[in-house]
Design a protein around this ligand. Structure first.
Ligand code: SF4
Length: 447
C-alpha cells in the first residue's frame, strides 16, 4: 500500500541535512510519497528502513537506463498521465530500422541517410538514438547488421523472437548493451535468462494486452524487472489503445506489472508511408512511447518529432534556454559588430533569424539571463549594465572581437548610458524595439 509523506517522514533522521537535495526531511518525504523521488536518495536511511520502504515507495513506473553509444538515457519513471499535472521526466527516444532482407547497399544507404540527421537545437542533440535491427529470415545477415549498427554511436534494438538467433546477435553486440525485443508467451523463460545473463533490457510482446500482461507477470516472477513493453503492431488503433491502457494501469491503478516503459514500432504500423510515420511518432511522443521506431529518420520527420519532444519533455516551470556565448552570424568575423540579447530560446530564434535575414555579418552575444525574455530579465535584474559588462569580460569578447560596436535591444534603451559608462571603449547603439525591424536596421547600419 502506498505510504503517505508523514509515514515516510517518521522514518527519516529528521536532521534536515539537505544531502538529498531537498531543504528538509519533510520535503523529501512528500516527494517520495508522490513518486517523484526515490527513497534511496537519502544516504542516511538504515538498511532496515530502506528495505521497509523500498517496495511501498517505489515509483509506479520503473525508470530504466538505456545505452546509446557512449550516452546513457533514462526511459520510464513517469508519475503523471498529463503534462499539465507535472512535467514528464524521460523524453521519448527514436530509432530507425535495418532488416536482414536489406542488401549491403540498401543497409549502407539506410544507415547513411538516417545517421546524417544529427543537429543541435536549443542545446539538445536531435538525432535517432537507436538503430532497430529486425530478424525476418536470414540469421547470419541479422547478426552482421547488428554488428554494423554497433559500429555507430547509436544504441541497438534487436527485434527477434527466435531464441538461437537472438542468442547469436546478443553475443555479437553484448558490449553495446542492446535492447533485446523478442520475449513472448512461448519463449519468455529462455529470453529472460539471456537478457538477465547479459544485463540487458528485455522487450516483451503479446498477441493482445491480456497475453502481454500474463507474460510480463511470469517474467517478473523469474526475477527480471528490466523490461520494456512492446505495444504491438496489429493496427494503429490497437497499438494506441495498448500504449494508453498500459500507462493508465501503471499510474492510475498502480498496477506494477504494467509499470514499465513502452516501445512502439510506427515503421511497422505504417510501412512505406513516411508522413504517416511522422504523424504516428508525434502521437506516440505524446501518448506514451518511451522508444519509437521508424523506418528511417529524415530531416522532415525529425523537425516535427524532435521539436514536439523538446516542447513536451521540458519542465513548464523552467524557461527554455540556449547556451550563453558568442554566435557569429552571416560569416561574421572579429571585424563584425556585436549585438547582445538574452538566452530565452524564443528570443534567440527570433532575433538570430532576423539578423540572418539581414545578410549583415554580426556577432550575436547571448548573455545568461536565466532564460527570461528581454524585459523580464531587465525587470529581474538579470539584464543590466553590470551583467553586460560581466559577459564581455567572462567570454573574453574584447580579445576575440576587434569591432567595438555593441547593439543593445531597443526595449532596454534605458541601459545605454550605464553600459557606455562600464564599457568606455565601446560604441553602444540602441537597436529596434521589435526583432522584425532588425533587417532594415542592420541594412541601414551597414550602408
Ligand atoms: S538527506 Fe535524508 S536526512 Fe538529509 S535532509 Fe534529506 S531526507 Fe533528511
Amino acid at each position: 500500500m502506498a505510504l503517505k509523506g508523514l509515514d515516510i517522514f517518521k522514518l527519516t533522521p529528521k536532521t534536515n541535512c539537505k544531502d538529498c537535495g531537498n531543504p528538509t526531511c519533510m520535503a523529501f518525504s512528500m516527494k517520495v510519497a508522490q513518486g517523484a523521488l526515490d527513497i534511496s536518495k537519502c544516504p542516511h536511511l538504515s538498511a532496515d528502513v530502506l528495505e521497509k520502504l523500498a517496495e511501498s515507495t517505489a515509483p509506479p513506473m520503473k525508470s530504466l537506463t538505456v545505452k546509446a553509444g557512449d550516452t546513457e538515457y533514462k526511459i520510464g519513471g513517469e508519475t503523471v498521465l498529463f503534462r499539465h499535472e507535472k512535467s514528464f521526466v524521460s523524453k521519448s527516444l527514436y530509432a530507425f530500422s535495418l532488416c536482414d532482407t536489406m542488401s549491403d547497399a540498401e543497409a549502407d544507404a539506410a544507415l547513411d541517410a538516417s545517421l546524417k540527421v544529427d543537429y543541435e537545437r536549443i542545446s539538445e542533440r536531435m538525432y535517432a538514438e537507436f538503430i532497430s535491427v529486425t530478424y525476418e529470415k536470414n540469421a547470419d545477415r541479422f547478426v552482421e547488421l547488428a554488428k554494423k549498427a554497433m559500429g555507430t554511436d547509436r544504441g541497438i534494438i534487436l527485434n527477434c523472437t527466435d531464441f538461437e538467433v537472438a542468442e547469436a546477435a546478443v553475443a555479437a553486440t553484448a558490449a553495446a548493451k542492446p535492447i533485446l525485443n523478442g520475449a513472448n508467451a512461448s519463449n519468455y523463460e529462455k529470453m529472460s535468462k539471456l537478457a538477465t545473463d547479459n544485463g540487458i533490457i528485455l522487450g516483451v510482446g503479446g498477441v493482445d494486452l491480456d497475453e502481454l500482461y500474463e507474460t510480463t507477470e511470469k517474467i517478473e516472477a523469474l526475477g527480471n524487472k528490466n523490461l520494456i513493453l512492446d505495444v504491438g503492431c496489429r493496427s494503429i488503433k490497437s497499438a494506441f489503445e495498448a500504449a494508453v491502457q498500459i500507462r493508465r494501469a501503471a499510474l492510475l491503478n498502480k498496477d506494477r506489472v504494467f509499470g514499465y516503459p513502452s516501445l512502439v514500432n510506427v515503421g511497422a504500423l505504417a510501412s512505406g508511408d513516411e508522413n504517416m510515420q511522422a504523424a504516428l511518432a508525434s502521437l506516440f511522443t505524446l501518448k506514451y512511447g518511451s522508444i519509437i521506431v521508424l523506418e528511417k529518420m529524415t530531416y522532415a520527420t525529425s523537425l516535427a518529432v524532435h521539436g514536439l519532444r523538446q516542447n513536451v519533455f521540458t519542465d513548464p516551470q523552467k524557461p527554455m534556454k540556449i547556451e550563453p556565448g558568442i554566435y557569429p552570424l552571416n560569416k561574421a568575423d572579429e571585424n563584425a559588430p556585436c549585438a547582445i540579447t538574452v538566452d530565452f530560446a524564443l528570443t534567440y530564434f527570433v532575433v538570430s533569424g532576423e539578423l540572418e535575414r539581414s545578410g549583415v555579418p554580426v556577432n550575436l552575444l547571448i548573455s545568461d539571463a536565466g532564460g527570461y525574455s528581454v524585459l523580464t530579465a531587465w525587470a529581474a535584474g538579470k539584464l543590466s549594465a553590470s551583467s553586460v559588462a560581466k559577459f564581455i569580460k567572462d567570454y573574453d569578447v574584447e580579445n576575440k572581437i576587434k569591432n567595438r560596436t555593441l547593439i543593445i535591444p531597443g526595449k532596454v534603451a534605458v541601459l545605454k548610458g550605464e553600459i557606455q559608462d562600464k564599457l568606455p571603449d565601446w560604441k553602444v547603439i540602441v537597436g529596434p524595439n521589435e526583432a522584425v525591424a532588425l533587417v532594415k536596421f542592420m541594412k541601414d547600419f551597414a550602408s
